[in-house]
Design a binder for this molecule. Sequence first.
Ligand code: NAD
Ligand code: UFG
Length: 344
Amino acid sequence: MGKKILVTGGAGYIGSHTVVELQNAGFEVVVVDNLSNSNEEVLDGIYRITGKRPAFEKLDCRDKEAMRSVFTKYEGIEGIIHFAASKAVGESVKMPLLYYRNNLVSLLNLLDLMPEFGVKGIVFSSSCTVYGQPDVLPVDENAPIKPAVSPYGNTKQICEEIITDTIHAGAPFRAILLRYFNPIGAHPSAEIGELPQGVPQNLVPYLTQAAMGIRKELSVFGDDYNTPDGSCIRDYINVVDLAKAHVIAVNRMIENKSAEQVEVFNLGTGRGVSVLELIAAFERATGVPVPHKITGRREGDIEQVWANPEKANKVLGWTAQESLDDTLASAWKWQVKLHERGIM
Ligand code: NAD
Ligand code: UFG
């Protein structure tokens, strides 16, 4: 029997890819997901890739008694990877209480229950959004945290603080805060990927839908930024690479190898790519043209941000491997599959 890991939000985009990598590495996985932004069929995709179906409980992390029953039923959970959260920046501005309640209460319940069940640690999904527009690029983990521009971003900052304060107060577990840059792409098998709900807000799902003809054209939000081609710059990281970092992190934590009780890592490639460069890379990788036009800036966008991933490279022994072109080809393969299945 492998070590038992609870993955909240394990039916979601990053969660499902992480469950695959955990199972491939021999971990026994328990998924809790309320399916508010995912579909149970994701578990079939995980089964087709790994030959194994994770234990699944359709539950809400806000329900503390339900979560307690999970720890009781699956005795011996050693670590948690906590993905479950609401994540749409624009929606969070309109429905702040939903975001604060979902993202904070879910975490508080887990932190309360961990000592009761002897769980050794929690890996938390944070974001480079905590850096705002960094003063120095590439940005490392010591950069100052900037005031959040959305309730969503604020929940990530507050959750990081809640975990840190709890551990400083003597909680008997460890934590690793992973600050993701921009996860994109899908599993190379196209059995799992990102399931967009409604009109995509993020660049790559919108781009693949425009390339498929589902959307008329991609709007490039601004070409008058202070960047070489005028469009915004991000650090796009392959979702499978990202998933693999979680396996290393959770193992480090439950094996008590962390240098400190709370550790923070940037997960990015170290490579900044502009929106226009990304469109060109997609066309090069797939041969499929992307209808697009330049429009005005999107409110709240950061001009440019990319990671200094050296700490994760050295301390975790993890480096992003996949090229941007292969990653975009995987996103396209997934889009084609969704279309064939009549989903999108
Ligand atoms: P996702 O929406 O695909 O996955 C989240 C999963 O959590 C979904 O399956 C959803 O149904 C579930 N969920 C939400 N609230 C829940 C609750 N109360 N109880 C049980 N399940 C619940 O999102 P994702 O892109 O996979 O993101 C995973 C995590 O990474 C989130 O915490 C997100 O904020 C964070 N993150 C994502 C990105 C990104 O660009 N995708 C960037 C930085 C950080
Ligand atoms: N963009 C377009 N057109 C679109 C969509 C996006 O030009 O239709 C541009 C944006 O202006 C931005 C870039 O593409 O310059 C990336 O935008 P995304 O919306 O894909 O990603 P963001 O960097 O804005 O934010 C994402 C997540 C956040 C998370 C952040 C850092 O949405 O939740 O990455 O991890 F916090």
